[in-house]
Ligand binder design. Sequence first.
Ligand SMILES: [Fe+2]
Ligand SMILES: [Fe+2]
Length: 175
Amino acid sequence: MTLKDTDARAVAERGTPLIVWREDWNLGIPGMDRDHRILVSLINQIPLAFGGAEERVIVTSVLNGLWDYTDFHFAREEAVLAAAGYVHGADHAARHEDLKVQVLAYVEGYAKDPDAVDVGDLLAFMERWLIDHILVEDMRYVDAVRLSPGAENAADHVQLVDDGTVEDFFSQLDA
Ligand SMILES: [Fe+2]
Ligand SMILES: [Fe+2]
Protein backbone atom coordinates (compact mmCIF):
# COMPACT_ATOMS: atom_id res chain seq x y z
CA MET A 1 0.00 0.00 0.00
CA THR A 2 1.26 3.44 -0.86
CA LEU A 3 0.88 6.61 1.14
CA LYS A 4 -1.84 7.86 -1.18
CA ASP A 5 -3.98 4.76 -0.56
CA THR A 6 -3.72 5.40 3.17
CA ASP A 7 -4.85 9.00 2.70
CA ALA A 8 -7.90 8.03 0.69
CA ARG A 9 -8.87 5.27 3.11
CA ALA A 10 -8.53 7.60 6.08
CA VAL A 11 -10.99 10.01 4.49
CA ALA A 12 -13.40 7.18 3.66
CA GLU A 13 -13.19 5.71 7.15
CA ARG A 14 -14.00 8.98 8.88
CA GLY A 15 -17.60 8.11 8.06
CA THR A 16 -18.48 11.65 7.08
CA PRO A 17 -18.41 12.82 3.47
CA LEU A 18 -15.37 14.70 2.23
CA ILE A 19 -17.61 17.68 1.46
CA VAL A 20 -20.80 18.34 3.43
CA TRP A 21 -23.20 20.59 1.55
CA ARG A 22 -23.91 23.91 3.28
CA GLU A 23 -27.14 25.77 2.76
CA ASP A 24 -25.27 29.06 2.31
CA TRP A 25 -23.72 27.60 -0.85
CA ASN A 26 -27.12 27.82 -2.53
CA LEU A 27 -27.29 30.44 -5.24
CA GLY A 28 -31.07 30.48 -5.11
CA ILE A 29 -31.14 29.26 -8.72
CA PRO A 30 -32.57 25.74 -8.33
CA GLY A 31 -31.13 24.09 -11.44
CA MET A 32 -27.62 25.30 -10.70
CA ASP A 33 -27.89 24.47 -7.00
CA ARG A 34 -28.95 20.94 -7.87
CA ASP A 35 -26.02 20.59 -10.28
CA HIS A 36 -23.62 21.74 -7.58
CA ARG A 37 -25.03 19.24 -5.10
CA ILE A 38 -24.60 16.47 -7.66
CA LEU A 39 -20.97 17.53 -8.17
CA VAL A 40 -20.46 17.37 -4.39
CA SER A 41 -21.97 13.85 -4.39
CA LEU A 42 -19.64 12.79 -7.18
CA ILE A 43 -16.53 14.22 -5.51
CA ASN A 44 -17.54 12.48 -2.29
CA GLN A 45 -17.40 9.15 -4.15
CA ILE A 46 -13.68 9.54 -4.82
CA PRO A 47 -12.31 8.49 -1.41
CA LEU A 48 -14.82 5.62 -1.27
CA ALA A 49 -13.61 4.37 -4.64
CA PHE A 50 -10.08 3.68 -3.43
CA GLY A 51 -8.96 0.60 -1.55
CA GLY A 52 -11.31 -2.09 -2.89
CA ALA A 53 -10.61 -5.13 -5.02
CA GLU A 54 -11.62 -3.43 -8.26
CA GLU A 55 -10.08 -0.10 -7.37
CA ARG A 56 -8.88 0.84 -10.82
CA VAL A 57 -12.23 0.15 -12.51
CA ILE A 58 -14.23 1.95 -9.82
CA VAL A 59 -11.96 4.99 -9.58
CA THR A 60 -11.97 5.26 -13.37
CA SER A 61 -15.76 5.13 -13.39
CA VAL A 62 -16.06 7.78 -10.66
CA LEU A 63 -13.59 10.10 -12.36
CA ASN A 64 -15.28 9.67 -15.73
CA GLY A 65 -18.67 10.42 -14.16
CA LEU A 66 -17.27 13.49 -12.49
CA TRP A 67 -15.74 14.67 -15.74
CA ASP A 68 -19.00 14.15 -17.65
CA TYR A 69 -21.06 15.96 -15.08
CA THR A 70 -18.59 18.84 -14.79
CA ASP A 71 -18.70 19.31 -18.55
CA PHE A 72 -22.51 19.08 -18.49
CA HIS A 73 -22.90 21.53 -15.61
CA PHE A 74 -20.60 24.09 -17.19
CA ALA A 75 -22.52 23.88 -20.48
CA ARG A 76 -25.82 24.29 -18.63
CA GLU A 77 -24.52 27.23 -16.66
CA GLU A 78 -23.11 28.92 -19.76
CA ALA A 79 -26.50 28.53 -21.49
CA VAL A 80 -28.21 30.20 -18.52
CA LEU A 81 -25.68 33.05 -18.48
CA ALA A 82 -26.10 33.62 -22.22
CA ALA A 83 -29.90 33.67 -21.85
CA ALA A 84 -29.56 36.17 -19.01
CA GLY A 85 -27.25 38.39 -21.06
CA TYR A 86 -24.63 38.21 -18.31
CA VAL A 87 -21.91 40.68 -19.31
CA HIS A 88 -19.07 38.61 -17.85
CA GLY A 89 -20.26 35.38 -19.50
CA ALA A 90 -17.17 35.02 -21.69
CA ASP A 91 -14.83 35.37 -18.71
CA HIS A 92 -16.89 32.86 -16.78
CA ALA A 93 -16.78 30.38 -19.66
CA ALA A 94 -13.00 30.87 -19.94
CA ARG A 95 -12.66 29.99 -16.25
CA HIS A 96 -14.74 26.85 -16.89
CA GLU A 97 -12.34 25.89 -19.66
CA ASP A 98 -9.37 26.28 -17.27
CA LEU A 99 -11.06 24.02 -14.74
CA LYS A 100 -11.99 21.45 -17.38
CA VAL A 101 -8.35 21.23 -18.48
CA GLN A 102 -7.31 20.58 -14.87
CA VAL A 103 -10.05 18.01 -14.18
CA LEU A 104 -9.31 16.22 -17.43
CA ALA A 105 -5.60 16.13 -16.60
CA TYR A 106 -6.43 14.10 -13.49
CA VAL A 107 -8.82 11.79 -15.38
CA GLU A 108 -6.31 11.15 -18.13
CA GLY A 109 -3.39 10.95 -15.72
CA TYR A 110 -5.15 8.22 -13.76
CA ALA A 111 -6.05 6.35 -16.96
CA LYS A 112 -2.43 6.43 -18.07
CA ASP A 113 -0.79 5.56 -14.75
CA PRO A 114 -2.92 5.20 -11.59
CA ASP A 115 0.18 5.07 -9.40
CA ALA A 116 1.30 8.47 -10.63
CA VAL A 117 -1.81 10.23 -9.27
CA ASP A 118 -1.47 11.51 -5.73
CA VAL A 119 -4.88 10.93 -4.16
CA GLY A 120 -4.38 13.60 -1.51
CA ASP A 121 -3.69 16.17 -4.24
CA LEU A 122 -6.65 14.90 -6.25
CA LEU A 123 -9.06 15.25 -3.32
CA ALA A 124 -7.71 18.67 -2.34
CA PHE A 125 -8.02 19.92 -5.90
CA MET A 126 -11.57 18.60 -6.37
CA GLU A 127 -12.74 20.05 -3.08
CA ARG A 128 -11.09 23.42 -3.66
CA TRP A 129 -12.18 23.99 -7.24
CA LEU A 130 -15.78 23.19 -6.52
CA ILE A 131 -16.05 25.40 -3.47
CA ASP A 132 -14.18 28.28 -5.14
CA HIS A 133 -16.32 27.84 -8.25
CA ILE A 134 -19.56 28.13 -6.31
CA LEU A 135 -18.65 30.66 -3.66
CA VAL A 136 -16.52 33.00 -5.72
CA GLU A 137 -17.23 32.67 -9.41
CA ASP A 138 -20.86 31.58 -9.53
CA MET A 139 -22.01 33.96 -6.81
CA ARG A 140 -21.06 36.81 -9.16
CA TYR A 141 -23.80 35.95 -11.69
CA VAL A 142 -26.63 35.45 -9.21
CA ASP A 143 -28.12 38.94 -9.54
CA ALA A 144 -27.96 38.90 -13.34
CA VAL A 145 -29.77 35.57 -13.57
CA ARG A 146 -32.35 36.46 -10.95
CA LEU A 147 -33.14 39.68 -12.80
CA SER A 148 -33.75 37.72 -15.99
CA PRO A 149 -36.86 35.58 -15.47
CA GLY A 150 -36.84 32.41 -17.51
CA ALA A 151 -33.07 32.45 -18.17
CA GLU A 152 -32.65 29.38 -16.00
CA ASN A 153 -34.79 27.35 -18.40
CA ALA A 154 -32.00 27.55 -20.99
CA ALA A 155 -30.18 24.87 -18.98
CA ASP A 156 -32.89 22.35 -19.85
CA HIS A 157 -31.86 22.34 -23.49
CA VAL A 158 -28.35 21.03 -22.77
CA GLN A 159 -28.04 17.28 -23.12
CA LEU A 160 -25.79 14.92 -21.19
CA VAL A 161 -24.45 11.99 -23.17
CA ASP A 162 -25.66 9.42 -20.61
CA ASP A 163 -28.93 10.56 -19.04
CA GLY A 164 -28.92 7.52 -16.76
CA THR A 165 -26.14 9.07 -14.70
CA VAL A 166 -28.20 12.17 -14.08
CA GLU A 167 -31.33 10.26 -13.14
CA ASP A 168 -29.35 8.12 -10.69
CA PHE A 169 -28.10 11.17 -8.89
CA PHE A 170 -31.43 12.98 -8.91
CA SER A 171 -33.05 9.96 -7.30
CA GLN A 172 -30.29 9.83 -4.66
CA LEU A 173 -30.82 13.47 -3.81
CA ASP A 174 -34.58 13.07 -3.60
CA ALA A 175 -34.33 9.99 -1.35
FE1 LIG B 1 -21.50 26.25 -11.25
FE1 LIG C 1 -19.50 28.50 -13.15
